[in-house]
Structure formats: C-alpha cells, structure tokens
Design a protein around this ligand. Structure first.
Ligand code: FDA
Length: 539
C-alpha cells in the first residue's frame, strides 16, 4: 500500500470529514476543496475555516449574518461552501481557488445587504465570510482608527467610546450593520449633516485585488481608492480593513422624539418640516419615520409621523433652536434626553438604554423579511401628496412598513458630487427609504408586500428626483435592473448605475475595466467592465 504524499493529507482529511457528513460533491466542488485544503495546509485550520453543506455548523454559520429572512427559505440558493478566513492568506487562497475552479465569490461582512447579495447567487458560489476579521484599533492621539471589514458598527462605536467619549464616527444607526458593506456604499447616520458620510471619513484601506495583491491607498492608486468608498461592495476587490478619521462630539448630546398622528396634524407638520429641516444648523440631525399605529379610537388605526433628532449640544440649546425655527413641532423638555453619543446609538437603534454592552450583541434585534426602496427629494411635497403617502400606510400590507426620511443639508451640501461615487449631495431636502417588512412565516405571501412597496414607489414618482430618479446603493433595489449572468452592456447597467451614482457611474466603469476586466467580482448590480471577454468573443 502506498501512503499518500504529505501534501495530500489535509485534503484527505476534508474528504473524510465530508464523507462522514454525507455530503455528495461534483468535480468542481472537489477541485475547489482540494485547492483550498492544500493551501490551508493543516486540519485544524481547515475545520475552522471551511463549512460545506451538511457540515453540522453550516446552517448556523450561514444564518448568523442573514438580516433579511426573505432570503433564508428552503428555496433560496445556498453556497456550496462558506469560508471564514482567520488570516489574510486564507482570503487570498479562497480568491485563488474560486477563480481557478469557476466559483462566484460573495463577500460578506455584516450581511445586511437588503437584497441578500452577500449570501445568495443564482450561479454556483461560495461565501467569503469576514466574521473573523473584526479587529479594531483606535488611536485617540491621532484621532484615527483601523477597523476590519467584518466588524459591526456597534463594535466600532463601542471600541471608540472605550477610549474616549468625545470622539465618534459618522456611520449608520443600526449597530449590527457591517463596516465592509456599509462603507463600500457610503453610510450615513446621526452625524452626517455635521461630518458627511462614513465614506467621506475614510483615509486609507487594505484591499486584495483580483490578482491576490494586497494593496493600500498608495499602491491601489487614487482611482481605486475613490471607487471603493461608495461604489458598492463586491465589485473592485475584497476590502480587509479601513483606516478612518474620528470626529469630535461633545460629552453630552441631546436626543428627542415627538410623535404626531393624523389627528394631531402630522401631515401639516411634516409638510412644514420639509422647508425647515435641511436648513437647520449642521449640529442637528433630524429624521421622520412614518408608520401605522393604533388610533386613540379603540380598534382603529392611524398614521404617525415620528420626528426624531439629535443635537450636538445641551437640552436648553435644542429647545431654544426648535422653538425658534420649527415651533409647529411643539418640542418640550419631556421629549428630550441628554446622554453620551454612544448612548444615542442605542436610542436611535431602538435598543434598551440600560447597557451599552448590547452594542456587541449581533442578535439584539429580531430579523424580519423585508423589501427596501429609496428616493431623494429636492422640492417640498405638497400637502395633498403627503396625504396620499399617509393613506397608503393605512393599507393592510403596511402593518410593518416604515418610510424613513432623513433631512439633508449641512456638510452634505459642501461636498462636490464627484468627490466620491456617492453623488447625492447639495440640492436634496431629504432621502426617503421605504421599507416593508413581514415575518419569516409570511414569506409565502411576500408578493403582496413587495407589490405594496412598488405601488408606493410608483405613487411617489411626481414628488421625487427625476432624470435620473436617484437611489441609495446601500438600500439596493433589484427592481431597478440587474446584470446578466454573462455580459452586461454599459447601456444596460446605466439604467441603475446612473440612479445610484449619477455621472460618477462612468468613472466607476473605467476603474472596474482597469482593475477587474474579466469581471470576477460581481453580483446582480456590480459595476460591469467595458468590453468584457464575452463581448470580445462576439457573444
Ligand atoms: P453585507 O455583508 O451584506 O455586504 C453588503 C454588500 O457589500 C454586498 O454586496 C457584499 O458582497 C459587499 N461587501 C461586504 N463586505 C465587503 C468587503 N469587505 N469588501 C468588498 N465588498 C464587500 N445604511 C445607512 O447608510 N445608514 C443606516 O443607518 C442603515 N441602517 C440599516 C439597518 C438595517 C436593519 C439594514 C438591513 C440596512 C441598513 N443600512 C443602513 C444599509 C446598509 O448600509 C447596507 O445594507 C450595507 O451594505 C450593509 O453592509 P454589511 O456589511 O452589513 O452587509
């Protein structure tokens, strides 16, 4: 009997592992596993890094970062393997073997992609899950930090606050969102009127390109560095970590909430808000959530506008400001709370205020099924238009729907449209994200909820941006169009490309063509290169 060569041992161990688990695999799958196991080299690493279907932990690893249960049904296409690298060489090996054996790679950081693009694909694929890439190094002296892509925003905010309560980072409000996807698409939260987007505050990055080279800002060049800060994830390479600029915040900020329903003049107050909110000082963040709630009349429903905000300052200053500029809101001291900036993350994230440790818990909030769409609004919507919007929230499908409306202005007006791929800057009164949600158990009826969101979107047409009708890439909407499995023309991708990026789309295509001409990094709405190989072959 001939003993296997030493270099074959890890692979044979994987074979044994798979046979024990009952997995049946075809050639390309074996080839991929063979390739990867040879490169990972030892059994203990392999067992911590490779999860194939039927591995007892496969489902829990897959589901751990699914934040839209619309994409966790038995019919949802599943990855043949999930790879959870422990170090950079594992990421490079996964890239190498996926390319070599023809598997599409879906990069996952926090897993909040609203269309599930980081963990679902119609073609054979593997997930590169960065759940072990969560290190955060905060340097308060230089007011910078390095954050790995798999870290959540909650972990980032927590790490900063562990060192100082007068520095923060201007990113999103949901603590479980991952840095990797969020920064790749822009990222905004309660500090964006003061400091801009998360992407506006990134000063370096560590990325692996399609050839497996590890690049930083200098070696990737300014074009690529520009593209990865807002051009959308899974397109230019695998971003391992980001260097970010921290921003000053006072030790005490003031948050507030005022609820107004239809019987309390919600329509008129929201109408007025549109004229005021974007002009308020940039120390103030303000948003409005429109939802269906119980009415004061038993058994009846109404629609509520929840006006929320945060001032980088004290309660007296806030009340004086709002009473002066927006007295219609009727803001009173009992609507306000002073707290640290970190606590304000709990407040806006809908988390209990008791302990900031909850920011480290990825499962602190229930996960639902959802569909999202977004709009930018440049002219105030007339009262009659708002009435129609409100009445759509009284429909049956809108029980768990929200229109999340965030006032723009401030710093966003000062940043040129082409500074980064994210183009929605001066001239916007607000961004509106419409989210309709339902439970996993209701997935069979998802069609009715999705068609409600399409009707709402269609209803909003006269009131929102035009030519193009702009949209926020971080709230991806595949209704806007998708890439073909093989070649996608510039014209076809322009349909959604210009909505997300306006004229920046052209530069994104140029960068993509240069750094990934064979279009290895791709998903349904990634930026296509010009003259892809399929086109060259004349297909
Ligand atoms: P996920 O891991 O799913 O990645 C999203 C996309 O980026 C995918 O295409 C993925 O392949 C790619 N990607 C991920 N990591 C990458 C990497 N390291 N390198 C290259 N590509 C990578 N937005 C906002 O601006 N403000 C907010 O307050 C919120 N709040 C919010 C709440 C909830 C509940 C949801 C579901 C979404 C939001 N968002 C948001 C939108 C959010 O910013 C957006 O979905 C991000 O892309 C999510 O990033 P994740 O890393 O979590 O997702």
């Amino acid at each position: 009997m001939k003993f296997p060569q030493f270099s074959m041992l890890p692979f044979l161990m994987v074979v044994v592992m798979l046979s024990l688990s009952g997995t049946t695999l075809s050639h390309p799958h074996w080839d991929f596993l063979h390739c990867l196991s040879l490169r990972l080299a030892n059994y203990s690493t392999i067992s911590k890094v490779i999860y194939v279907q039927n591995n007892p932990s496969y489902s829990s690893v897959l589901n751990a970062s699914i934040h839209n249960t619309r994409f966790s049904t038995p019919a949802t296409p599943k990855p043949f393997a999930i790879i959870t690298p422990l170090k950079t060489s594992h990421v490079r090996s996964t890239l190498y073997c996926s390319k070599k054996h023809g598997f599409q790679l879906r990069i996952r950081s926090g897993g909040h992609d609203v269309e599930g693009l980081s963990y679902v694909s119609e073609v054979p694929f593997v997930i590169l899950d960065l759940l072990n890439f969560r290190a955060i190094k905060v340097d308060t002296k230089n007011e910078v930090a390095w954050v790995q892509s798999g870290a959540t925003l909650g972990e980032l905010y927590y790490a900063i606050a562990a060192k100082t309560n007068t520095l923060a980072f201007p990113a999103g409000m949901c603590h479980t969102v991952g840095a990797g996807g969020h920064f790749s698409g822009g990222g905004y939260g309660t500090l964006f009127r003061k400091y801009g987007l998360a992407a506006d505050n990134i000063i370096d990055a560590r990325m692996i390109d399609v050839n497996g080279r590890i690049l930083d800002r200098k070696s990737m060049g300014e074009d690529v560095f520009w593209a990865i800060r807002g051009g959308g994830g899974n397109t230019f390479g695998i971003v391992l970590a980001w260097k970010i600029k921290l921003v000053p915040v006072p030790a005490v900020v003031t948050v507030f909430t005022v609820n107004k329903n239809l019987e309390q003049n919600a329509t008129k107050i929201f109408h007025r808000w549109q004229y005021i909110a974007h002009k308020l000082p940039d120390d103030l963040f303000m948003n409005v959530w429109i939802t269906k709630v119980n009415s004061s009349q038993v058994g009846m429903k109404t629609v509520q506008a929840t006006f929320r905000g945060m001032l980088l300052g004290g309660v007296d200053e806030l009340i004086t400001l709002i009473q002066d500029k927006f007295p219609e809101l009727g803001l009173a001291e009992e609507n306000c709370n002073e707290m640290s900036w970190l606590e304000s993350v709990l407040y806006f994230g809908g988390l209990p205020l008791q302990s900031v440790d909850i920011l480290l818990d990825k499962n602190a909030l229930p996960t639902l099924s959802l569909k999202a769409k977004s709009d930018y609004v440049k002219e105030p919507i007339p009262e009659s238009g708002i009435e129609g919007l409100m009445s759509m929230f009284l429909e049956e499908e809108a029980d768990n729907a929200i229109a999340m409306i965030a006032a723009f202005g401030g710093k966003m007006d000062d940043i040129p449209e082409n500074e980064l791929p994210y183009p929605h800057r001066a001239g916007n009164l607000f961004e509106a994200t419409y989210i309709v949600q339902w439970t996993k158990e209701e997935n069979a009826e998802s069609g009715k909820y999705i068609s409600w969101s399409r009707r709402l979107y269609s209803y909003m047409t006269p009131y929102v941006s035009k030519s193009p009708r702009e949209a926020y890439v971080n709230y991806r909407d595949l209704d806007l169009g998708i890439n073909n499995n093989d070649y996608t023309s510039y014209e076809q991708a322009s349909i959604w490309g210009f909505k997300y990026f306006k004229n920046n789309f052209k530069r994104l295509v140029q960068v993509k063509t240069k750094v990934d001409p064979m279009n290895f990094f791709r998903n349904e709405q990634s930026i296509p290169p010009l003259l892809s190989p399929w086109k060259k072959k004349g297909n």
